[in-house]
Design a protein around this ligand. Structure first.
Ligand code: TRP
Ligand code: SF4
Length: 337
């Protein structure tokens, strides 16, 4: 049986944090163990450049960081093909052909793109670049280059998958039914993790994230600054764990019984916030220890990381060439054959 290809990826604009861990990495670890699937992970450097074109060093540096993050959490290059987007010219080529099949108005209506443009006023001012507006087209090419069937994503990415499906249908209706495969989004059940400050989103620019690569000291420092119940001033004030970010993170990193004790003691005014935070920091440090250790290994062996990326990219290119052949045949671009 032919295995179903799964496409996922990240923009390499920073190291990955525990929001990524609970949001997508755990899901990818689970999927790579299923023999029905053939997972691909792309490090989306071309897409990262759409809003970091003026900062190529940042993108370049983070390609390696993100690759090390993947390997450190246990993405296994023997089961998952990890590749660098810019090293697949077929994807760029497909993007050009697809750009005829989508209107500017449709891209401007894409809710994900719309939100992002609003957030990036500093970069784009009043007029967004052609490349950024068109990144859904390039993402459609990412997926279809590999005949991706399943795309596990968070809710914010759904409009991009829908746009990809529209492009595929349009392509097939013009150039031949069944040439391209229409992908399906799989909504990862994992929830979005809030930042240490209670912000809905965890991110570098917000300074509220714990990175998989953070040292023990950094983790402790960040946890000590997390937002707690603001009405609790003295230790014997009755607390409300429902409004405390420390309690929220205990739910992710602390055993069920201990979480119960945390909440009960907090509500009864029998628990100090400092001790509560120290306990949490210790649990996060323990849970991330194996990841930190693997990271240290790969940091000390950059040639192994290179080899994994080169081999993944080679495998990806083979598949990309096959798809390109089909596309060019369908589009009558197969001259002199
Ligand atoms: N847009 C995705 C993100 O920002 C990254 C990405 C690029 C992607 N190409 C993809 C995800 C293809 C899934 C499939 O996280
Ligand atoms: Fe939060 Fe713990 Fe303080 Fe309660 S005791 S407010 S759960 S940090």
């Amino acid at each position: 049986m032919k295995r179903k290809r799964i496409l996922t990826g990240d923009r390499p604009t920073g190291r990955l944090h525990i929001g990524h861990y609970f949001g997508s990495l755990k899901k990818r670890l689970e999927l790579q163990e299923n023999p029905e699937y053939d997972p691909f992970i792309l490090i989306a450097d071309v897409q990262a450049l759409t809003d970091n074109f003026n900062n190529p060093e940042k993108v370049r540096k983070n390609v390696r960081e993100v690759a090390i993050d993947y390997l450190s959490v246990g993405i296994d290059p023997n089961k998952t093909t990890i590749y660098i987007q810019s090293m697949i010219p077929e994807t760029a080529e497909l993007t050009i052909y697809y750009s005829n099949l989508v209107t500017i108005a449709r891209l401007q209506r894409n809710p994900t793109v719309k939100t992002e443009i609003a957030q990036k006023k500093d970069l784009f001012g009043e007029s967004v670049t052609y490349g950024f507006l068109g990144y859904p087209v390039s993402q459609a090419a990412d997926i279809t280059t590999f005949e991706g069937e399943l795309v596990p994503v968070g809710e914010d990415q759904l409009p991009l998958i829908e746009q990809c499906r529209e492009i595929v249908r349009k392509f097939n209706s013009i150039y031949g039914e069944g040439v391209l495969k229409e992908p399906q989004a799989v909504l990862s059940s994992a929830k979005r993790i809030k930042g240490l400050d209670g912000n809905e989103k965890m991110g570098k620019s917000l300074g509220n994230a714990i990175y998989l690569s953070d040292s023990e000291e950094e983790i402790t420092k960040k946890v000590m600054s997390a937002v707690t119940d603001p009405n609790r001033i003295k230790k014997d004030d009755l607390g409300n764990p429902d409004v405390c970010m420390v309690a929220y993170y205990h739910n992710l990193f602390t055993s069920k019984e201990d979480v119960k004790a945390v909440c009960e003691e907090c509500k009864a005014g029998k628990r100090g916030c400092v001790a509560c935070k120290k306990q949490l920091a210790k649990n996060i440090i323990e849970e991330l220890r194996p990841i930190r250790e693997k990271r240290a290994y790969y940091e000390a062996h950059p040639e192994e990381v290179d080899k994994i990326l080169i081999e993944g990219t080679e495998r990806a290119r083979k598949v990309a060439r096959e798809t390109m052949k089909k596309v060019k045949d369908a589009m009558m671009l197969n001259y002199f054959e």
